[in-house]
Design a binder for this molecule. Structure first.
Ligand SMILES: Nc1ncnc2c1ncn2[C@@H]1O[C@H](COP(=O)(O)OP(=O)(O)OP(=O)(O)O)[C@@H](O)[C@H]1O
Ligand SMILES: [Mg+2]
Length: 369
């Protein structure tokens, strides 16, 4: 899959830009704060409909404007589709989405058409951010290509909210609690079984990737530690914790309490990992996602690589080179291309360079030395 072109209006520091992209490598080059990551963010909106920097629509809307609008042409094999995303801070503050000029009412029907894998410095929070960040990492990943997972996740969260509200309320009904419990188990078990599958697959690729990245030195694992692992244990634990849950006013059992272990010999990477090991771990994990999707969907996700390329040492750069050889379309941000000639010469005629200056974009040719 690839994004052929984009139109950006009133998004972040962009007033109005229209760009045609290379189907292989695209570089956004500019000084700090000029708008490079903003462009990746605009592209990524067509994948998940929200900012990968976790900013709200109000925050990504240009400060001087009321409405942002994005349009892109997305290609999957020979199918070309036009996607539009619009948001206004006036009135209902709702996002409007269109696919081939037809309005889409449920985000669910939009997600999955364009799959991107981002690699950015903020991904370190997968390592350092605690269990909630790690769950989010797995949930967002499954949600971008597994529609049934996303449906079940949204329902699970809704049921959990209802159950918690009941636990907190004065008029606690036993019958109602049993109803929520049954639904919670039904949806929860589905989430757990999907997580088991995807984490096992990611772990296998992650281990391989990390071995290469560390020159065989680091052999870490990603292991799923579910809070409950079967329907029976889920029901059992819910029953046993009923009084505690009623006392606390929230649900202490279920996949919303799952953990994801990353590390070695039951020591989590947060306890011993160096900066370099953590960074390699993120790269290995993100590229595992890329390869997993390639394998199960037979589609090549678009790579969005923010600020990563310059800081790689030779070993990691070679790893990246191999990855790019088997990837499709990729986008990079960097302050300059100094020292990257050896890397780039592998992609002659497959590179577009965009120079970014205060929200203005100029396309330039890259001269090989
Ligand atoms: N909602 C907004 N409206 C207008 N400008 C914004 C908005 N949000 C961010 N900006 C501006 O966008 C710029 C930051 O853009 P971006 O994060 O893309 O920079 P960058 O080129 O990636 O820089 P770096 O190399 O430091 O990562 C800042 O100048 C900031 O003031
Ligand atoms: Mg940036």
């Amino acid at each position: 899959m690839k994004i052929n072109s984009i139109l950006i209006n009133s998004f972040r520091n962009y007033e109005s830009v229209q760009l045609k992209f290379n189907s292989r490598l695209n570089f956004f080059i500019g000084e700090n704060g000029e708008g490079k990551t903003n462009l990746l963010e605009a592209i990524q909106m067509f994948s998940t409909l929200k900012s990968f920097r976790d900013n709200t629509d109000d925050e990504i809307l240009n400060w001087d404007k009321d409405t942002y609008y994005l349009k892109a042409e997305i290609q999957n094999a020979d199918d070309v589709d036009e996607f539009e995303i619009g948001f206004t801070k006036l009135g209902t503050k709702k996002k409007k989405i269109k696919l081939n000029e037809k309005e889409i009412n449920r985000k669910l029907d939009f997600i999955g058409n364009f799959i991107t894998i981002t690699l950015s410095p903020i991904d370190l929070k997968i390592i350092d951010g605690g269990p909630a960040e790690r769950r989010k990492f797995i949930d967002s990943f499954l949600s971008i290509y597994n529609r049934e997972y996303l449906i079940n996740l949204l329902e699970y969260n809704k049921i959990l909210k209802h159950r918690n509200a009941l636990l907190k309320s004065q008029a606690k009904s036993e019958v109602e609690l049993v109803t929520w419990d049954n639904l919670l188990v039904e949806k929860g078990i589905f989430l757990i079984s999907e997580r088991i599958g995807v984490i096992a697959s990611l772990n296998e690729i992650y281990r391989e990737n990390l071995k290469i990245l560390s020159g065989e030195k680091d052999i870490f694992e990603i292991i799923y530690n579910p809070n409950v692992n079967s329907e029976e244990s889920f029901r059992d634990k819910l029953q046993k914790r009923k009084h505690l849950d009623l006392k606390l006013g929230y649900t202490t059992v279920g996949p919303h309490r799952d953990n994801l272990f990353i590390g070695k010999d039951s020591k989590d990477i947060t306890e011993f990992g160096s900066q370099g090991q953590k960074r390699s771990s993120v790269i290995a994990m993100k590229t595992a996602q890329f390869k997993h999707i390639k394998k199960i969907r037979n589609q090549t996700p678009v790579l969005l690589i923010d600020d990563v390329i310059r800081e790689l040492d030779i070993k990691r750069r070679n790893y990246f080179l191999e990855l790019l050889m088997e990837s499709g379309q990729s986008f990079f941000t960097t302050t300059d291309l100094d020292g990257l000639d050896d890397f780039l010469k592998n992609f002659r005629n497959q590179i577009s360079i965009f120079e970014i200056n205060k929200g203005k974009v100029k396309e330039n040719h890259y001269e090989f030395v």
